[in-house]
Design a protein around this ligand. Structure first.
Ligand code: MSP
Length: 509
């Protein structure tokens, strides 16, 4: 069997830094769980892994929110950053660090260093930003954003405002961006998103403002050498991906992990990540990330997730109600590779009942019960079924390839196929009626399959997978690509425990 294709032996994955102006919802939890699954997968392969998430805090919106509440911006930032950090802790996310863009020690130095480099290469210039400005929103509008010439939020006429700002010469990067995206040097997945950004690039890029006056953006990162200006939030927030692994404060760590192997983002922030970000890195003469995966959006029962619709599903509450692993499983299973997904209670229940309770849960309890009843609770010595053994090896390869895409739903489907095969094996052979050598061979084979499943499902349902590992006496860590692939996972003579159902029927079922 050929070896699994391996990258460099290190893996660095990121989520967007989330706005610290509201509580996390399942959309955020999706991206974070996806990154977590990949980080866990690469640790399982023995890769030197770093997983970064965090919060984006230097926004005008946050300043405005603070003003409305009559509290300092930092208080608002702390409140929501804490909620996002809590999400990682309570929902068992294995991020290696949590970066906040207000972090003066970890974020500011790198952000400013990028500015200096881009300026030194001649891609930052001072200009005048002219636009329609709503004082109450503290935001610029274009003519077409307005409603009858008035601010769409406040219904007041905006002022014409002129501001001295710095600009980033994005327009100079069209050809180079086209080349790196087309050649896959900076891979953008899935293909429709790659095509979307290519058409934006081909349509012509215009320079973007990269600073704001300091009195407007009180919490911003100071522009090096000009105290009257703050870096425009996107221009500094993007640099979190460098700063989180030490850029500007730990060169050794930076050299170890940069470039990022994968940025995970939602489709709405494609242009920032597929045009401005790589252009900034080219200008700063820093290596490009290897891949950007742009996923679709979850809706709730067919509706856009929005505070105003009152349909924001709280990942904490959802996990309380259904259990953390089933929620994570559902999110990764229900969002297609190149499209949007929907969260609905009915669909959740369907997936839970069929894939988790009936298929995986049932397989585990059947195999463990049979070993307990027929072999006194120890894995018997026996001949492995060659077809199943081959299928297990193939599963490893296919899952590895699917996760490299990354195609989460398909990887889970692939694992479910192995579960289905094992269940069919039990039925087809009537293992519960078998005796002596036949029985021993079947149960030995099935114990190995469970062992592989306990490891392969670990990135997606870490709690339940670890429970299954315990029942099989399987070590949770210390694996690498080679040992992971080895057939023998639960040697003959290993005592196993049956335990409670892994996925009990849920209320209403
Ligand atoms: N702060 C910026 C990102 C800066 S990165 C340098 C931002 N923050 S955000 O809080 O709005 O988070 C956006 C991200 O959350 C999306 O790109 C996506 O990863 C995730 N999601 C938010 N809503 C989502 C859904 N409804 N469905 C799936 N993911 C969603 O943009």
């Amino acid at each position: 069997m050929a070896k699994i294709e391996r990258a460099s032996g290190k893996y660095y994955v990121t989520t967007p830094v989330y706005y610290a102006t509201g509580a996390p919802h399942i959309g955020h939890f999706y991206t974070t769980s996806a990154a977590d699954a990949l980080a866990r997968w690469h640790r399982l392969l023995g890769d030197d892994t770093f997983f970064l998430t965090g919060t984006d805090e230097n926004t005008l919106k946050l300043v405005k929110q603070a003003k409305e509440e009559g509290i300092p911006p930092r208080a608002v930032a702390n409140r929501y950053a804490k909620r996002f950090e809590e999400l990682t802790k309570k929902l068992d996310i294995t991020n290696d660090d949590f970066i906040r863009t207000t972090d003066v020690a970890k974020h500011h130095p790198g952000a400013q260093e990028v500015w200096r480099r881009v300026e030194r290469s001649g891609y930052i210039y001072k200009g005048t930003y002219e636009g329609l400005y709503c004082v109450e929103c503290e935001a610029y509008y274009t003519e077409k954003d307005l409603k009858d010439g008035k601010c769409p939020v406040h219904g007041t006429a905006p002022e014409k405002l002129k501001e001295e700002n710095y600009f980033f010469k994005l327009s100079a990067f069209g050809n180079r961006l086209k080349k790196i995206v087309e050649s896959g040097e900076y891979a953008i997945e899935p293909a429709p998103r790659r095509n979307e950004i290519l058409s934006v690039i081909k349509g012509g890029l215009i320079d973007v403002s990269c600073s704001r006056p300091a009195d407007k953006l009180t919490m911003g990162v100071p522009v090096p050498g000009d105290d009257t200006q703050r870096m425009y939030v996107w221009f500094e927030a993007l640099t979190n991906y460098l700063n989180g692994v030490g850029f500007g404060w730990d060169q050794k760590m930076f050299d170890r992990f940069w470039p990022a192997d994968l940025h995970l983002i939602g489709k709405e922030i494609l242009r920032f990540h597929a045009a401005i970000w790589p252009a900034m890195l080219l200008a700063a003469e820093l290596p490009l990330p290897k891949k950007l995966y742009v996923h679709g959006f979850f809706q709730i029962e067919g509706e856009k997730i929005a505070k105003s619709k009152g349909n924001v599903v709280d990942p904490f509450e959802l996990s309380e109600q259904h259990g953390l692993d089933p929620v994570r499983y559902y999110l990764l299973r229900a969002l297609p590779y190149a499209g949007d997904g929907d969260y609905s209670e009915r669909h959740f229940k369907e997936i839970y009942d069929s894939e988790l309770a009936n298929d995986l849960g049932n397989l585990a309890s059947r195999v463990l019960t049979l070993i307990e009843k027929k072999c006194g609770g120890t894995v018997p010595e026996g001949a492995a079924d060659p077809k199943i053994k081959e299928h297990v090896a193939q599963t490893h390869h296919e899952v590895a390839n699917l996760l490299a895409a990354p195609k989460f739903a398909e990887a889970l489907e692939r694992l479910n196929q192995l579960v289905a095969l094992a269940n069919r094996f039990i039925e087809g052979r009537k293992v519960y009626q078998q005796e002596s050598a036949d029985l021993n061979g079947s149960l030995h084979t099935l114990a190995q399959v469970l062992g592989h499943l306990a490891l392969l499902y670990q990135p997606f349902i870490p709690g339940k997978a670890s429970e299954l590992q315990k029942r099989l006496g399987l070590k949770p860590t210390g694996w690498d690509a080679e040992s992971l692939l080895q057939w023998e996972k639960v040697p003959s003579g290993t005592p196993v425990t049956k335990g409670e159902p892994l996925f009990p029927r849920q209320p209403g079922g």
